[in-house]
Design a protein around this ligand. Structure first.
Ligand code: ACO
Ligand code: OAA
Length: 382
């Protein structure tokens, strides 16, 4: 590879950002100066989104106003509901259903005529998308179960309300707090692939609906957000194989299989979000089924201690423990990546608007490797 070609843009700086910062060697993540541990412990998802978008934590009044605005915008149109019903009946993947829903939200956007450079209007649009994603996703899940969608609960925050709309029952405090924490942990992460995708779209001054739709598409892949579902599928595979998890993972790595939920472009050590999710998974396992937590820790111990992956900078990432947490909360496994999107919309909107404040079209180049003097042969002579 020539020196001037950087496949995968590893380490390339393309923008300045004050939203989040990752120290990949120390395993530290901060959102606007606040450690992820402190935010997970002491803030709500709505507070974190406010922080990402407005640059500071809200006061109690500001948070109340912000939360009320989100709550008022939760409803989705009849068209979106009908589409979710059709896609559920057609067994469409939930991430594809979500991608379609986000794209459709713009049809009921009240500020469609807003100037693309009106960043305040774009922020309000971002807030509407954030409010509607849980409703569309929960409706999709209800239709899949042949049940009617559940209307949003006026007194519940975004995390608890999603769990409520999924099952029709108010979650207990442990479930609501654990899920809220998971949303906080997924809200932003520098210029990851889906955020960068949103920024590329936003850099053309296209509408924020398009930028978020692109973000959902990029997140769905197994090398990115899709890995959380893959981790749970691996845990099922191990369980169904009847093998000892240690034996299974030994064989899988000997066959050269990549274990989902391991490895990261930026972290060379264990992802700090994985540590927090691991603790949540362990707590839930104490009062529920400890099988999944036990399998994950066995895999981690083998890969890091026996296989020495950690010395190569390959350690658990955020997706490794989120699966067993969501499973213990009773969430269907193909909802795990859509849940990631439900949270990451905070980061996508924040980064797009931050970039657009001092916008420059993102337009890299490829080194041409094709031929350069082909002669056009008429079609009937080819
Ligand atoms: C929210 C997120 O997006 S977090 C990431 C979620 N994705 C996953 O968990 C999927 C599994 N992980 C991976 O595929 C990778 O680690 C990625 C895509 C996340 C990062 O990839 P990159 O930075 O491009 O690293 P790359 O794919 O070049 O791998 C570097 C080396 O680590 C190895 N490696 C990377 N991930 C793993 C893994 N999960 N298991 C085993 N080996 C791995 C590769 O085989 C490669 O080894 P080599 O140099 O001997 O060939
Ligand atoms: O930063 C990345 O490349 C992937 C990741 O962990 C995230 O998006 O949360």
């Amino acid at each position: 590879m020539a020196d001037d070609l950087n496949k995968g843009l590893e380490g390339v700086l393309v923008a300045e950002s004050a939203l989040s910062s990752i120290d990949g060697d120390a395993g530290r993540l901060i959102y606007r100066g606040y450690s992820i541990e402190d935010l997970a412990e002491g803030a709500s998802y709505e507070e974190v989104v406010y922080l990402l978008w407005h640059g500071r934590l809200p006061t109690a009044d500001e948070l109340e106003e912000f939360t009320a605005a989100i709550n008022e915008e939760r409803e989705v149109s009849e068209d979106v509901l009908a589409t979710m019903e059709r896609l559920a009946a057609a067994d469409e993947e939930p991430m594809a259903a979500l991608r379609t829903a986000v794209s459709m939200f713009s049809a009921s956007e009240p500020e469609t005529d807003a100037d693309p450079e009106d960043l305040e209007a774009a922020l309000r649009k971002g807030r509407r998308i954030t409010a509607k994603i849980p409703t569309a996703l929960a409706a999709y899940e209800r239709y899949r179960l042949d049940e009617d969608p559940v209307d949003p609960h006026p007194d519940l925050g975004l995390a608890a309300n999603f769990l409520y709309m999924l099952s029709g029952e108010e979650p207990d405090d442990v479930a609501a707090e654990t899920f809220d924490q998971a949303l906080i942990l997924h809200a932003d992460h520098g210029l990851n692939a889906s955020t960068f995708t949103s920024m590329v779209i936003g850099s053309t001054m296209a509408d924020i609906y398009g930028a978020v739709t692109g973000g959902v598409a990029a997140l769905s892949g197994p090398l990115h957000g899709g890995a959380n579902q893959d981790v749970m599928e691996v845990l099922f595979e191990i369980d169904e194989s009847g093998k000892d998890p240690l034996e299974w993972v030994e064989q899988a790595t000997d066959e050269g299989r990549r274990i989902p939920g391991f490895g990261h472009r930026v972290y060379n050590v264990k992802d700090p979000r994985a540590k927090i999710l691991q603790a949540r998974s362990e707590e839930l396992a104490e009062t529920g089924d400890d099988k999944w937590y036990d399998i994950t820790t066995t895999i981690e111990a083998y890969l890091t201690e026996e296989k020495g992956l950690v010395e190569k900078g390959i350690a658990p990432n955020v997706d490794f423990y989120s699966g067993s947490v969501y499973y213990q909360l009773g969430i269907p496994i193909d909802m795990y990546t859509p849940i990631f999107a439900m949270s990451r919309v905070g980061g996508w909107v924040g980064h797009v608007l931050e970039y657009q404040e001092d916008n420059r079209l993102i337009r890299p180049r490829a080194r041409y490797t094709g031929s350069d003097d082909e002669e056009l042969v008429p079609i009937d002579e080819r």
